[in-house]
Design a protein around this ligand. Structure first.
Ligand code: SF4
Length: 281
């Protein structure tokens, strides 16, 4: 990708985007950049964009520590609207934590822990205001050397071409990533960088048997931690002894099967999935 263009590839071919005001990624005022804009790998008819933030000021939260964040967003709708219209399926696939009608409760519930009304809505607006230049991978390699990253702060990394993640992780000292798309063999390439998001003990068992790392969130009716599973050390239950950038067990490579209590904005509704467990041929 060139850093000097205001042409972007879209589903309808190249289009001219509004002048960014600057033409080179590396301007000291830029804290973010566009890593990818194009079709979703989950739903190829929908255009998505991936924005990395934290390049100048690494954002931090108490659990993860300072990580580059990557926001995977549908281009056409602001995230809070996309979760209502269903366009979020292009970046989240059939994830069980998406907004859904609960017949028992007779209301809509969403168990995703990401509060998209804050960061992701702001990033989506900034993207449409032309605030993020296209990534210059050479500049990125210099700037991000030794940093840590998070794949899919919101959105599933499997919705993005794997080459984007190959480039993203190249200069990093470590990363974390999770995918809910492991049921689809076509989308499993991303497991080279991601944990299997396990929605049940059966999912975690299948992952462990296949030598894959997993991440299981314990809902109110979930079986307890098994002896072959590892409690996330950044969890409340473990006393928050480390942050993700110090731990890095969730990088898809360590093979650890992690468990954590339900957390985040929708955590109270988390339940053990009743669907058939994943299978890995
Ligand atoms: S196991 Fe480690 S990398 Fe994974 S969420 Fe917990 S602290 Fe972060």
């Amino acid at each position: 990708m060139s850093s000097l263009t205001n042409l972007r590839w879209t589903l309808n071919g190249p289009k001219i985007i509004p002048n960014l005001g600057v033409t080179r990624y590396g301007n000291a005022s830029h804290n973010g950049a566009v890593l990818y804009q194009g079709p979703s790998m989950i739903q190829p008819g929908v255009e998505i964009v991936v924005i990395v933030t934290g390049l100048r000021n690494a954002s931090s939260n108490t659990k993860t520590g300072p990580l580059l964040q990557t926001h995977i967003l549908p281009v056409e709708e602001i995230p809070t609207q996309a979760i209502v219209s269903g366009l979020d399926s292009a970046v989240c696939g059939g994830c069980t934590h998406r907004r859904r009608w609960d017949a028992e409760l007779q209301r809509w519930v969403r168990t995703c822990y990401v509060n998209i009304g804050k960061a992701q809505n702001a990033v989506w607006k900034a993207f449409h205001n032309g605030s993020y230049p296209e990534i210059d991978w050479d500049a990125y390699n210099t700037l991000a050397t030794g940093m840590f990253g998070r794949m899919g702060t919101w959105g599933d990394p499997a919705s993005v071409p794997i080459e984007v993640w190959d480039n993203f992780v190249k200069p990093l000292s470590g990363w974390t990533g999770y995918t809910h798309q492991s049921a689809n063999p076509r989308l499993r390439e991303v497991l080279r960088y991601c944990q299997v998001s396990a929605d049940s003990l059966g999912d975690a068992q299948a992952s462990s048997k296949a030598g894959l790392g997993s991440f299981r969130v314990l809902g109110s009716n979930s079986p307890k931690q098994q002896d072959w599973e590892t409690l996330c050390p950044a969890s409340e239950e473990a006393g928050k002894t480390v942050q993700c950038h110090e731990c890095l067990m969730c990088d898809g490579k360590s093979g650890n099967n992690i468990v954590i209590g339900a957390h985040g904005i929708g955590g109270g509704h988390a339940q053990e999935s009743k669907r058939r467990p994943l299978t890995f041929a």
